[in-house]
Ligand binder design. Structure first.
Ligand code: NAP
Length: 290
């Protein structure tokens, strides 16, 4: 396996993640040798942006030492089958960028002799310009049973100016569920809160003005203090307030009431860590259960 900047890197899947990673790696001095994708047009555009040649999924192994598979999660088994169809993959490193899967999903390539792994950037690729400006701030999760793959991927991440952690095999789904709670469900929480405010009479323009400064302040406090940043009725042990909330939500959609109750129950241990006495915690728990 050549040193990182000498390795011939192939990209399979010229979508949001594949494009941003390839362009960022190219700008950092890596050698993107070839690009393949479902459509010729996507592959050709990324190849032009990275001085690479256009290939096919079955052709990539003849041109590359390291192949980044950045296709949708459900298309990885097909990509694995295509790459394995090349035949002898000894000396190749093949990794995918999925958050939820580990390298076991590349079993066909591994059987054909490749050393497989996964490299997940904990980053939301949406706007490419934003991604290229901020990718160095992301943490990447590396998983592979091969030490040589873990080292090679760590070098790639360092080339991007970012930092990597190593996860044991078998833990990707749990890891990814944690990221989804923190990232996607923050949007869900905003939408549920907006629904309640709208129903309580707040104007459409007032809703972001009410919620976003509050959410930003909470994120700021969280950055400074960790979970000790918790404020509000549960941290105070204010069971009466919680009971009024639960009663007020009785007429709302089941999901909103269930969300309030589940989040409340998950919040109680944090309040107890801050010193909320057991008796008050029990009163809040009863109030949450209605
Ligand atoms: N987006 C994110 O924020 C993010 C973050 C971290 C990790 N990831 C991971 O990165 C991977 C790709 O996600 P994405 O968001 O970049 O998806 P995406 O924007 O939908 O791009 C996927 C690309 O894969 C190509 N493709 C689809 N099926 C294919 C196949 N069978 N063979 C070859 N190419 C195929 C498509 O090509 P055409 O354009 O040619 O049709 C498409 O451009 C996923 O595993 C995802 O979990 C994504």
């Amino acid at each position: 396996m050549p040193a990182t900047t000498d390795a011939r890197i192939g990209i399979l899947g010229a979508g949001r993640a594949g494009r941003a990673l390839a362009v960022a790696l190219r700008r950092a001095g890596a050698h993107i040798a070839a690009v393949a994708s479902r459509t010729q047009a996507s592959a050709a555009r990324l190849a032009a942006d990275t001085d690479a040649q256009v290939s096919t999924s079955r052709g990539l192994p003849s041109l590359c030492d390291v192949i980044l598979v950045a296709v949708p999660d459900d298309a990885i088994p097909q990509a694995d089958a295509d790459l394995a169809a090349f035949g002898k993959l000894e000396g190749r490193i093949i990794v995918h960028t999925s958050g939820v899967h580990d390298s076991a999903v590349l079993a066909g390539a591994e059987r054909a002799g490749a050393m497989t792994g996964s490299l997940h950037p904990a980053f939301a690729f949406s706007d490419e310009g934003y991604a290229l400006a901020h990718l160095h701030e992301a943490v990447f999760a590396i998983e592979s049973k091969h030490a040589v793959v873990r080292v090679a991927l760590d070098n790639l991440v360092k080339l991007l100016g970012a930092r990597a952690i190593v996860l044991p095999p078998g833990m990707k789904a749990q890891y990814h569920a944690g990221l989804v709670i923190a990232s996607n469900y923050l949007v869900t929480l905003y939408a549920a809160a907006a629904h309640l405010l709208r129903g309580a009479g707040a104007g459409e323009d007032d809703i972001p003005a009410l919620l976003l400064p509050l959410m930003r302040a909470t994120l700021g406090n969280l950055s400074a203090q960790g979970p000790a940043a918790l404020t509000g009725p549960i941290s105070r042990g204010d069971a009466g307030t919680v009971a009024r909330h639960v009663a007020a939500l009785a007429g709302q959609a089941d999901t909103i009431q269930a969300l309030y109750q589940a989040m409340g129950l998950a919040t109680l241990p944090l309040a107890q860590l801050q010193g909320l006495p057991d008796a008050q915690a029990d009163a809040v728990r009863r109030a949450l259960k209605g």
